[in-house]
Write a protein that binds this ligand. Structure first.
Ligand code: ADP
Ligand code: MG
Length: 466
């Protein structure tokens, strides 16, 4: 028995020398070998998924390693599944036979040796990449608290594909920068001369799969995706309810991931919230890092707006930037739209950019402005909530009991009316716009950390019918 163990150690070393570290760690750490008879070798694996995978991807490696160490000629390899997981059986079942890897249905005869991949043009048969938007690069991406983790993870993936965060799963609602980050990774690959990656939308993957089924061309389809050095698939929520495509993607995922190659997916929701996505896929998606893109804060929106304006060589004042960023809160694409609109305001209509012209020209982006509220109503609602006199709100008194309600007034006036920072400053005792800005930022910060303020603002806005 001791001899056995030494033999297996040597076999393991031999296997390790033939594949990458990542592959070895992922697939061979929980595998045990033993001789079941003089000419057959039993490979004990934790579940059927391993069995399918090992027999598809590493059979020849296992076999050749055993041959090298033991001088056995074509040993029979029998897989033994330790814990049978019925889900994994289902998972393994739909994999169609492929000429490269045999049927994958359990015990395989050792005589089917898998040929080494033939040398080929490196780009041949890798899926065609979607064209990249030239502006979707890392240096055009404005980083803030809402996207810091997602950005850092994407940068790490672009620098060390397949090692740090694998898979990387980014999710967030529309217009928050998922595609931008994915393309930024693709741009980085290209800039380094790495061209053998696949970047495509999930819809393209699905259509390609359906075409392959119709043309009886599945082997080529599979090969193509599995050859890519990294797989970047956008809007993976598109797999919802598509059972066959999911099955296929499951196998693609396993093959690519098993080879230690990078997988980067984006989605509009968490893996567990994609309707009709099987557990097995959802749990694969969680193997690496799941990072959320959140709606950007006011500060980040302003920074994005300024950046986009700068790119178009458009000058906008802080006040206008604030005015716009405050009204476009949850889709960065609309910020881009606003900048384009402001640009044409200047270049086509020959007007200048002020809060007034922008309010007029961009009103449809801001939603229904007529539902905005009279500043007096805001004051009254605030006075109802706090024990201060109307005159105090407009005074220059600075005690906390007055400052906080006054700041809330300014904050809500800005939020719920069309008044500019200057106008609000005028209204509240002739203060300048930076004081108003400061007040708004103070309240925004307090809303995040002070339960009492949060409750007060909530009560006030509900009195105002918002
Ligand atoms: P998603 O794929 O999440 O729907 P996109 O990546 O298409 O969103 O982003 C929508 C628009 O917003 C694009 O024009 C993109 O460049 C821009 N954008 C998103 N996030 C940022 C950011 N942090 N900095 C600069 N531009 C951004
Ligand atoms: Mg997108």
């Amino acid at each position: 028995m001791k001899a056995d163990r030494e033999v297996w150690k040597a076999v393991e070393q031999e296997i390790a020398s033939r594949i990458t570290d990542h592959q070895f760690k992922t697939w061979f750490r929980s595998v045990r070998f033993s001789f079941s008879s003089p000419e057959s070798v039993s490979v004990s694996v934790p579940n059927r998924f391993y069995q399918t995978f090992l027999s598809h991807r590493f059979l020849s490696v296992i076999q050749e390693s055993i041959e090298t160490v033991t001088n056995l000629n074509q040993p029979r390899i029998e897989f033994q599944v330790e814990g049978d997981d019925p889900r994994e059986v289902l998972a393994a079942a739909p994999e169609a036979p492929s000429p490269r890897s045999g049927n994958g249905n359990g015990t395989r005869s050792g005589s089917a040796v898998v040929p080494a991949a033939e040398a080929a043009d490196p780009l041949r048969d890798v899926p065609a990449n979607q064209p990249l938007n030239p502006g979707y690069t890392f240096d055009q991406f404005v980083v803030g608290p809402s996207n810091r983790l997602a950005h850092a993870a994407a940068v790490a993936v672009s620098e060390n594909p397949g090692s740090t965060y694998n898979p990387l799963f980014l999710y967030g609602s529309v217009g928050l920068g998922k595609t931008h980050l994915m393309e930024a990774v693709a741009h980085t690959f290209l800039a380094r001369g790495q061209r053998r990656f696949a970047y495509l939308s999930c819809a393209t993957f699905t259509n390609d799969f359906i075409a392959a089924v119709q043309n009886h061309d599945l082997d080529r389809f599979r090969d193509k995706y599995r050859r890519a050095d990294a797989l970047l698939i956008d809007d993976i929520q598109f797999l919802a309810g598509k059972e066959r495509t999911q099955d296929e993607f499951f196998h693609t995922f396993n093959a690519v991931y098993g080879d230690g190659k990078q997988i980067f997916l984006s989605s509009d929701s968490l893996p567990s919230d994609i309707a009709g996505l099987g557990d097995r896929l959802a749990s694969r998606f969680r193997l690496g890092l799941v990072a959320q893109l959140e709606p950007p804060s006011l500060e980040t929106r302003i920074a994005i707006l300024m950046r986009k304006a700068e790119n178009m060589e458009l000058q906008i004042s802080d006040d206008v930037a604030h005015f716009v960023a405050e009204r476009i809160t949850d889709n960065i694409r609309e910020i881009q739209g606003a900048v384009v609109r402001m640009h044409s305001l200047v270049t086509i209509e020959g007007r200048s950019i002020t809060v007034e012209t922008v309010r007029d020209a961009l009103s449809d982006l801001f939603g229904d402005e007529s539902s905005r509220i009279d500043p007096l109503a805001i004051q009254q609602a605030v006075l109802q909530e706090f024990d201060v006199r109307p005159a105090d709100l407009h005074s220059r008194k600075r005690n906390r009991s007055i400052v906080v309600p006054r700041q809330i007034c300014m904050y809500l006036t800005r939020k719920l009316t069309n008044l500019s920072l200057e106008q609000i400053g005028q209204y509240f005792g002739g203060r300048d716009h930076s004081t108003v800005l400061h007040a708004i930022e103070k309240i925004e910060a307090k809303l995040a950390e002070d339960e009492r303020i949060r409750r007060a603002v909530k009560t006030i806005t509900s009195h105002l019918g918002h």
